[in-house]
Design a protein around this ligand. Structure first.
Ligand code: GUN
Ligand code: FE
Length: 432
């Protein structure tokens, strides 16, 4: 009775990352006992229509159904500091980020920003995000409370930062770990929500806090771990001074048990191949944040290096260091970055690969393969309805596209929130 079908142009991905496209497609979804809608079947309308003749069909002619985007690294409390100018990461943290985050001790402020943040994700077609909150537990409750009301698949956690941080955001070692465990018990695996153990980055945590975070990560092995690494040269120098025993900045995290499946590190720019190999061997993933890296002047993610060694990665906005919630803007920035430092001249990343890196590929890197991001049968039905004629230029360019790569590239280069006409969420919205 709960089965429904949607007919439109249909973009999906194979589990291996191949883009699949039907000019006339059908997406059949049904609600399971847990209240979550999952894909029953997807493919060409002509092949599937007869088998689902009893099922009500919503028809969106000329629209494109596509998997919802995943943002692998974003800070909801930094929504209001997008575009704050600074001479690089460390002054930006001190002058804008920490003052803005101080306000999240106030639950009402946290709830207000969380509501605005989820509205923005939705308008831009982001259906899952791995999110920093602040060091205040109230910010975590605001985040998960709002995600739960909307039925979203979301991950987040309380920031751990017990040193080299100003009053107002600095937490206390023992209490921060007690708070983290209480928040794991309160929110982790509650419906579609997942907890992320979130040391801000090595320079702002004591050894004791990092050790405690690693112990929690071992005790709750299906939680996420979420932090930053090797973003900016001054930051790398600082981390090396603070942890002289470690082989590299990244190696600090291994020493505390903070690298494993579902561990995600933003940036991973200033790496060598030994760092990349450590990422691969531990199943740790990089969240590549090109608009942030360009805006803060941090550097360029090395796609060739990641491929050479086989390091997992996917795309992220890193708002407020990043300049946009739009996955289209992030994919375009990744295209620019992918050309930087290439040893083989030629095109940058293929449009279908950019798209995969923000959907199924990001899901895989997050340890959510088979759960979201592809619209394969059995996955959760978080999907977008895109209008490829949302602007006059988009209408003209997408009509001229001769093949799938040209169509996807037109959407990436010219697209923004206007493309996203509807977002269908797999989870049930629950009233406040
Ligand atoms: N490194 C430590 N904290 C932050 C942050 O909030 N944003 C970014 N981009 N890098 C960081
Ligand atoms: Fe960040």
């Amino acid at each position: 009775a709960s089965t429904k079908a949607y007919r439109a142009r249909l973009l999906r991905f194979s589990p291996q990352g191949e883009a699949l496209f039907e000019e006339d497609g059908l997406l059949v979804v049904g609600t399971d006992a847990d209240g979550v809608q999952r894909v029953r079947e997807a493919g060409p309308y002509r092949d599937l229509a007869a088998r689902h003749a009893q099922v009500p069909v919503t028809y969106w002619p000329d629209r494109i159904i596509a998997p919802g985007f995943l943002d692998m690294h974003v800070h909801f409390p930094q929504t209001d500091i997008i575009g704050a100018p600074a001479e690089g990461l460390l002054p930006w943290l001190e002058n804008y980020t920490f003052p803005a985050e101080t306000r999240f001790a106030d639950a009402a402020h946290a709830a207000d920003v969380a509501g605005f943040f989820f509205d923005e994700l939705q308008r831009n077609g982001v259906t899952t995000a791995l999110t920093f909150c602040t060091s205040h537990p109230a910010s975590v409750d605001a985040f998960f409370g709002e995600a739960q009301r909307r039925g979203l698949r979301m991950m987040g956690g309380k920031v751990l930062q017990d040193r080299h941080s100003p009053d107002g955001v600095r937490d206390e070692t023992e209490q921060s770990l007690i708070d983290t465990e209480a928040l794991i018990r309160k929110w982790h695996n509650k419906g579609r929500l997942g907890y992320a153990i979130t040391p801000r980055f090595a320079p702002t945590s004591t050894d004791a806090q990092l050790r405690g975070a690693g112990e929690l990560a071992a005790k709750y092995p299906d939680t996420w771990i979420h932090s930053h690494v090797a973003e900016n040269k001054d930051e790398v120098r600082w981390a090396r001074e603070l942890f002289p025993e470690a082989r590299s900045y990244l190696d600090v995290y291994t020493g505390f048990g903070l690298m494993r499946e579902r561990a995600v590190y933003a940036h991973c720019i200033h790496f060598d191949d030994a760092d990349r190999a450590l990422m691969r061997e531990t199943g740790t993933a990089a969240a590549v944040s090109p608009t942030s890296n360009l805006f803060l002047g941090s550097g360029f993610f090395d796609y060739e290096g990641a491929d050479r060694v086989g390091m997992r990665h996917g795309l992220a906005s890193d708002v407020g260091g990043g300049t946009s919630f739009s996955p289209f803007h992030t994919m375009l920035a990744a295209y620019y970055v992918g050309r930087e430092g290439q040893t083989k001249p030629g095109l940058s990343l293929a449009p279908s690969r950019l798209w995969w890196n923000h959907t199924g590929g990001a899901a895989q890197a997050l340890g959510l393969q088979g759960v979201v991001g592809t619209l394969q049968a059995g996955t959760e039905a978080d999907f977008l309805v895109l209008n490829p004629a949302a602007t006059p230029l988009l209408a003209r360019k997408t009509a001229l596209a001769d093949n799938l790569e040209e169509l996807l590239f037109a959407l990436i280069v010219l697209g923004d929130d206007r493309l996203v006409e509807q977002v269908v969420t797999a989870g049930a919205a629950t009233p406040a």
